[in-house]
Design a binder for this molecule. Structure first.
Ligand SMILES: Cc1cc2nc3c(=O)[nH]c(=O)nc-3n(C[C@H](O)[C@H](O)[C@H](O)COP(=O)(O)OP(=O)(O)OC[C@H]3O[C@@H](n4cnc5c(N)ncnc54)[C@H](O)[C@@H]3O)c2cc1C
Ligand code: SF4
Length: 329
């Protein structure tokens, strides 16, 4: 591993001042592995894991969560379990208890893809070395994207939490090195690969995630489901986060996000348009799933994900409308 300086930030302002020449360190559960492989080679690590590490505050705008809060603490918080059960389920479906105890909200958002060619420094990867090619295109691409991919990269974003945050319309708050702040909808934090797959997200160099804000009144019916190869210690093959209300027997405030299908948590806008205001029925759910997956493209080994995603959408909507899943307080 390349030698590096270690700095523990005392405040968010200190962190961005020190961060310009280095990388922020959350729980280190992804970044340190990448440093051992020399895929990431920062000169300096700025430890932000203790900043706002216990900050979960309820207010009129919603639940404001510090970026240093651990995945375990967030999943187990009474207000999260009560008001945002899909987020709690998504967090608990990720990694293992030990990893969730270390992993932070900020780091989980910005963890890097699990494409096996990205981690293998002897293989071509445009994300790791821009312009070098993409061995996944003709390789084993069972875990890769079916939506929004490009000829340069077909990787998927790995986070369960980020899919839940996208469906809940959470907002990410940041602090830039120049001292200014901004709020970014969680659904817009990550980007599609296009010609520049080396960029996973829209943050600037040295921009720190300080908080995430969950809306005060999310839809009542919520569900997160993850299809994976093992029931623990496995990333999603495909996952789904769904939330909606039933008002006078009609679907309202519906949001759906898919995981494991794209370079970012995929908000299913087309499915949502079909569903909003409709009466729950098997036909409506099938139409929504077809509308969303109409633009999906398989890469060979992952063609099955297209049908799997459709079936997940239909099953999640059916179970939620029949009240078989948790209803938020
Ligand atoms: C075996 C294994 C299985 C896993 N399974 C799953 C799974 O099923 N689902 C899932 O979602 N995840 C899974 N994970 C991923 C794990 O959840 C992530 O490694 C973890 O969430 C990353 O958080 P961290 O705080 O450790 O980030 P770090 O490793 O510290 O950092 C990750 C990135 O975020 C940046 N960063 C950290 N904090 C901030 C901040 N506040 N502002 C800006 N940038 C920041 C870092 O610079 C780095 O680039 C798994 C990991 C392992 C090792
Ligand atoms: S899919 Fe993306 S991350 Fe994977 S090898 Fe291709 S360029 Fe690299």
């Amino acid at each position: 591993m390349k030698p590096f300086d270690y700095v523990r930030a005392g405040s968010a302002q200190d962190a961005v001042r020190a961060g310009a020449e280095g990388r922020f360190l959350g729980g280190g559960t992804n970044l340190v592995d990448l440093m051992k492989l020399e895929i990431e080679k920062p000169d300096r690590l700025v430890d932000v894991s203790r900043l706002a590490s216990d900050e979960i505050e309820d207010g009129v705008e919603g639940l404001r969560v510090g970026a240093g809060v651990s995945n375990s603490a967030l999943a187990g918080h009474p207000l999260v379990r009560e008001r945002y059960p899909l987020l709690s389920t998504a967090l608990l479906s990720g990694a293992t208890q030990q990893l969730r105890n270390k992993a932070t909200v900020g780091g989980n958002f910005l963890q890097r893809t699990r494409c096996q060619y990205f981690y293998d420094v002897f293989r071509a990867c445009n994300k790791r070395v821009p312009g070098s090619g993409c061995d996944a295109l003709d390789g084993i691409n069972r875990f890769h994207a079916i939506l929004g991919a490009s000829e340069r990269c077909i990787a998927v974003h790995p986070s369960d939490m980020a899919v839940a945050m996208a469906a809940l319309d959470a907002t990410v708050e940041t602090l830039k090195p120049d001292g200014s702040t901004r709020s970014i909808p969680a659904r817009s934090l990550h980007r599609l690969p296009g010609d520049t797959p080396q960029f996973d997200h829209v943050l600037e160099t040295g921009e720190l995630i300080t908080h995430v804000v969950l809306p005060a009144s999310p839809p009542k019916r919520q569900f997160y489901r993850k299809v994976r190869d093992r029931s623990s210690y496995a990333f999603a093959v495909v996952s789904i986060a769904v939330a909606f209300d039933l008002e006078g027997g009609r679907i309202a405030n519906v949001s759906i996000a898919l995981g494991g299908v794209a370079h970012k948590p995929w908000r299913a806008d087309r499915a949502e348009s079909v569903l909003e205001g409709g009466s729950p029925s098997a036909e409506l759910f099938a139409m929504a799933a077809e509308a969303e997956l109409a633009r999906a493209v398989g890469q060979g080994h992952n063609d099955f994900k297209i049908d799997l995603s459709k079936r997940l959408i239909v099953a999640a909507l059916r179970d939620l409308s029949e009240g078989k899943r948790e209803i938020a307080a």
